[in-house]
Design a protein around this ligand. Structure first.
Ligand code: GLC
Length: 473
């Protein structure tokens, strides 16, 4: 099958969050399984020069944006066996940064439509286009309105994947004709709760809707999780399903990873102790064997930072050290800075997005804390598992689907979990983890079990293929 995976970010070219990991690894897994899966992303200015240099110019054409036409170039790159198409327009993408511009709506309307225009200009035809999040939500909408009647497009099917329902692409009605170029007849397709809502339009127009874990697929039918979209989704429940993301197990491999202090595997875990020692030195924490809890996250409320804040000092008093990396809301950044100031020997805080340090934390910490209020999938807990760092998580979304509490040895647990979104339930889970940590033999068994959990793409790539096959026939 020919599958075009459309995303606003994809590794190795450009990354700001988990979507880039998925767009950089699921298509490769589909290719490995014998499919011709290709990726399309914008050609951002911040893509590294060496990656730009390896691209080949394919073609150029004009893309309608509202009542105007905009230039679009297409470049092609190869990563392993996967082909990437990069959409070039200096005006939209020749800027520092990926999102957060006043005209993001227009930038991604352009991108969503350029994807379809591109199909008429390259010598490859997708049977399925898998769009992701609001930035490519208009591709199925444009397909339905402007392209479906053309012979080249009539058999193309679309899948829309929700990575986070919080970001919907909501705008005022003025964008309908001015920016999107949507004829008035179709306005109701886009309108929701008095706004233009791009995600809602994708729910209506795509053949299937997926999300990134089975639990999140039912959670988002509930107003507590849906950010207002539960009504729109309940109507389309018949085409909604959830597949758990995988991770790139070659990129995250404790045995071969060149970015960590010492490699290790389940037979010989001594390298992990070396990694911990190196991290303690690097971050100038007091030497010693106290458990290190890693936190790598965006500092926003739905990541559960309020719970951490409420009982942080209790955890420090319990003997934990903390290694924190992230950025986000100022009040949380200030809180963590203050903790680092107050406990310089025990708490290290780095404000920012430093992928190499993130990796050293995944590899070197003893536990990884992720008490998210909601978590569509979450990749950090899977990466931690692979490096024998025991996740402590709230049972939500993909955390619920990938981490099983180790309290019951018969259940084959690989971490510690809690259900209710309260700080003291989280504290209880952390304390249960600490108790086991003080029992080295059983802790080691847990680490070995965690490292053996299969979070590769193999299983989910099968599920995606099944879904695509169902559409293509
Ligand atoms: C989003 C979600 C995260 C998920 C990722 C990849 O960033 O918040 O939970 O793992 O997308 O699907």
């Amino acid at each position: 099958m020919n599958i075009l995976y459309a995303a606003s970010e994809a590794l190795p070219y450009i990354a700001s969050g988990g979507l880039a990991d998925v767009a950089g690894s699921l298509p490769a897994a589909l290719c490995k399984a014998g499919q011709d899966a290709r990726v399309v992303v914008p050609l951002y200015k911040s893509i590294k020069q060496e990656l730009r240099d390896s691209l080949r110019f394919v073609c150029n054409f004009q893309v309608p944006v509202g009542w105007r036409q905009q230039y679009c170039g297409v470049f092609e790159g190869k990563i392993g066996t996967t082909t990437y198409y990069l959409i070039d327009n200096e005006y939209y993408f020749g800027r520092d940064g990926v999102y957060g511009f006043y005209d993001d709506c227009e930038r991604f309307c352009f991108f969503s439509r350029a994807i379809l225009e591109m199909i008429g200009h390259i010598d490859w035809q997708p049977q399925v286009i898998n769009c992701n999040d609001w930035q490519t939500a208009l591709t199925p909408v444009y397909l339905q309105i402007f392209y479906k009647h053309l012979p080249q497009f009539e058999n193309i099917k679309t899948v829309f994947t929700i990575h986070n329902i919080q970001y919907q692409g909501k705008y005022g009605t003025e964008v309908l004709s001015e920016v999107m170029g949507i004829p008035a007849y179709y306005n109701s397709l886009l309108m929701y709760d008095g706004c233009v809502n791009m995600m809602k339009a994708a729910f209506e127009s795509s053949d299937k809707i997926t999300t990134v874990s089975p639990s999140y697929a039912w959670e988002i039918l509930d107003p507590w999780y849906s950010h207002g979209l539960d009504r729109a989704l309940t109507n389309k429940q018949y085409k909604l399903t959830g597949f758990l993301n995988g991770i790139d197990v070659d990129l995250y491999n404790p045995e071969k990873d060149p970015l960590i202090a010492k490699n290790f595997n389940t037979k010989d875990l001594s390298g992990k102790a070396e990694c911990k020692k190196a991290l303690i030195e690097e971050l100038k924490l007091a030497p010693g064997d106290e458990p290190i809890i890693g936190i790598v996250t965006r500092f926003v409320s739905h990541k559960g930072v309020d719970l951490i804040r409420a009982v942080f000092e209790d955890m420090v008093a319990d003997g934990c050290k903390f290694v924190v990396l992230g950025s986000g809301d100022k009040m949380y950044e200030d809180f963590f800075r203050e903790m680092a100031y107050r406990y310089p020997d025990k708490v290290s805080v780095t404000i920012g997005f430093v992928p190499s340090l993130a990796k050293r934390i995944y590899a070197s910490a003893d536990m990884f804390l992720m008490p998210s209020q909601s978590e569509p999938c979450g990749l950090a807990q899977m990466i931690s598992l692979r490096y024998g760092t025991i996740p402590v998580v709230r049972e939500t979304g993909g955390l619920r689907d990938s981490i099983i509490d180790a309290g019951n040895p018969e259940a084959g647990g690989n971490g510690f979990t809690f259900k209710t979104y309260t700080a003291h339930d989280m504290l209880d889970a952390v304390r249960r983890a600490l108790a086991l940590y003080r029992d080295p033999k059983n802790w080691r068994n847990l680490m070995v079990f965690a490292m053996g959990c299969d979070n590769s793409w193999a299983k989910s790539a099968e599920l995606y293929q099944g879904l695509y096959r169902e559409l293509v026939g």
